[in-house]
Design a binder for this molecule. Structure first.
Ligand SMILES: C[S@@+](CC[C@H](N)C(=O)[O-])C[C@H]1O[C@@H](n2cnc3c(N)ncnc32)[C@H](O)[C@@H]1O
Length: 373
């Protein structure tokens, strides 16, 4: 973020803090503008040549490859700190740099698109065009092999998923794309199932259900939520609400089988997976939008909403549960800060905010915040 000579904010795609750069304006409004980097006059000490060949082809998959791997996590902490100070009006929260998956972590779920030449690729940044991919720095080898083997006919998005622990692979062509030359082991379609192992638990994830980007990301997140839960996972203060619970990742890996857990999740396929993953547990799986769920008393709420966050309606339901502790997992810094402010206004205190790096080479953050009353 820079300012022009009038003090107007200019968002410069591709620039790093403390750099002197030449830019080309691509959008101008009265109170802000967007610009694209033309050249770097004085480079940041953290600027590097992108390690992936496809960045120069325009691939928009990993937008932080020009920032040294060693500087990415601290940059994410800075972004979250600023969001909590500005949006959340919470400048003094205890914020810690949490765990990172490291740059060897490989994505086991990717969403790709059909390129015009019949190969799979990622969207060009800020465009619908597709850049065909031959090698990907962040993709699991089981998927890299798959994209080398298959051809695509037609246009559209394709989800690819593999299990790092199980070696299973699946593809789901969302719309008109048809995949040719698929190896025999690959399962296909929205309801096809791939299994993964996290924290020693075997989990089922249908192709159309949300699952964390990599096995390492899921392990780190589960571990972080365990520590953030302050011993309340034993049900001592009441049932555990696993809000926006997906396939039941947290309930299946963290909640003892005899402790009452309630998974609230809007997607039918994720609920089916959660039902399978929580067999033998004392768990209810409720297919509902969390904002519309009839709240029940809770000893702990773990909430992991989509990018837009909980908002007022989601926070309202948490307050109705009368829980003494909330562990909020946010995948957007501003949404995390906004939800934190709403929870503070509702009477909770921020215990700690942990910033994880689960998505190397991208600006994506994961924030785990704990609130107590
Ligand atoms: C970020 S994912 C987290 C899933 C799970 N906690 C995990 O870590 O695998 C968010 C989940 O919320 C679900 N979801 C989105 N909007 C929802 C809503 N309004 N109410 C309940 N679930 C919702 C999505 O289907 C998705 O499974």
């Amino acid at each position: 973020m820079a300012r022009d000579s009038d003090g107007r904010v200019v968002f410069v795609d591709g620039a790093l803090p403390d750099e002197l750069v030449d830019v080309e304006f691509i959008e101008e409004k009265r109170d802000f503008a967007r610009a694209r980097l033309s050249s770097v006059a004085t480079a940041s000490e953290h600027r590097v040549t992108p390690p992936c060949q496809h960045v120069s082809d325009g691939c928009g998959g990993c937008n932080w490859q020009h920032l040294a791997a060693s500087a990415q996590h601290d940059a994410k902490v800075g972004i979250v700190r600023e969001a909590f100070a500005r949006t959340g009006r919470l400048p003094d929260v205890r914020m810690v740099r949490g765990a990172s998956v490291g740059h060897g972590a490989l994505r086991t779920t990717v969403r790709m698109a059909a390129a015009a030449d019949g190969r799979l690729g990622f969207r060009r940044s800020a465009s619908h065009d597709v850049v065909a991919i031959e090698e990907c720095l962040v993709m699991h080898p089981l998927l890299a092999q798959l994209i080398a083997d298959v051809g695509v006919r037609g246009a559209g998005e394709v989800t690819l998923r593999c299990g790092d622990a199980t070696g299973e692979r699946g593809v789901w062509a969302h719309d008109r794309a048809r995949l040719l030359g698929l190896p025999d082991d690959v399962v296909t379609g929205a309801s096809a199932v791939v299994h993964e192992e996290v924290a020693g638990v075997r989990l089922r994830a249908s192709m159309s259900s949300f699952f964390q980007a990599s096995r390492q990301a899921a392990e780190v997140l589960v571990d972080t939520v365990r520590h953030a839960s302050h011993g309340l996972l034993d049900g001592s203060e009441g049932p555990i609400i696993d809000a926006y619970g997906g396939i039941g990742l947290f309930s299946a890996t963290l909640v003892p089988k005899d402790v009452h857990a309630v998974v609230v999740e809007s997607s039918a396929s994720a609920c089916d997976d959660a039902f399978a993953n929580l067999r033998g547990h004392t768990a209810d799986i409720v297919q509902a939008r969390f904002e519309q769920w009839a709240a029940q008393p809770a000893g702990l709420v773990i909430a992991d909403p989509a990018r837009s966050g909980l908002g007022k309606p989601g926070v309202g339901v948490i307050v109705e549960t009368d829980t003494p502790c909330v562990v909020l997992v946010s995948c957007d810094a501003v949404a995390a800060a906004r939800d934190a402010r709403l929870l503070v206004d509702a009477g909770y205190l921020v215990d700690e905010v942990e910033v994880l790096d689960l998505f190397p080479h991208t600006h994506h953050v994961e924030v785990v915040s704990t609130f107590r009353r």
